[in-house]
Ligand binder design. Structure first.
Ligand SMILES: Cc1ncc(C[n+]2csc(CCOP(=O)(O)OP(=O)(O)O)c2C)c(N)n1
Ligand SMILES: [Mg+2]
Length: 121
């Protein structure tokens, strides 16, 4: 577990971990916004046969920022993303590789809880 907190860092970190520990199972978690930073590196994973488990939390939003905006200001600005099928991109990149195994678990859109009337950060 390497919680770097930098958006977009989990995929390159996971690939490096798999290179360093080829006999270990490597899991990574990423958001949909984060996928946009370097999602093409799944192509790197395929080319180098780096078989990792990637979980993409797709809430169609820059979720943390959206949540903060709602908490502080009661409305969200420029933090909505499209309901893109990022797992299909990965599926296409991996289509010719035997390591391809992509599953979509849920199609539920994230919905923010009602913003509180006042909140301190
Ligand atoms: C390099 C970098 N830029 C910006 C941030 C600030 N930041 C923290 S969470 C977040 C939103 C991430 O959105 P997403 O990847 O979709 O994850 P979600 O919060 O929706 O689960 C941002 C921009 C950061 N942590 N690192
Ligand atoms: Mg998100």
């Amino acid at each position: 577990m390497f919680p770097a907190s930098h958006v977009g860092s989990s995929l390159p970190t996971a690939l490096a971990a798999k290179v360093a520990y080829p006999n270990s199972r490597v899991f990574m978690l990423t958001g949909d916004g984060a996928f946009g930073f370097n999602g093409m590196e799944f192509d790197t994973a395929v080319r180098h046969g780096l078989n990792i488990v990637a979980i993409i939390g797709n809430d169609s939003a820059w979720g943390i920022d959206r949540q903060i905006q709602l908490g502080l200001y009661g409305r969200a600005v420029a933090t909505d993303l499209r309901q893109s099928r990022y797992e299909q991109i990965v599926q296409d990149l991996a289509a010719t590789a035997s390591l391809s195994s992509v599953r979509r678990i849920s199609n539920r859109r994230w919905s923010a809880p009602s913003p509180p009337t006042s909140r301190r950060y």
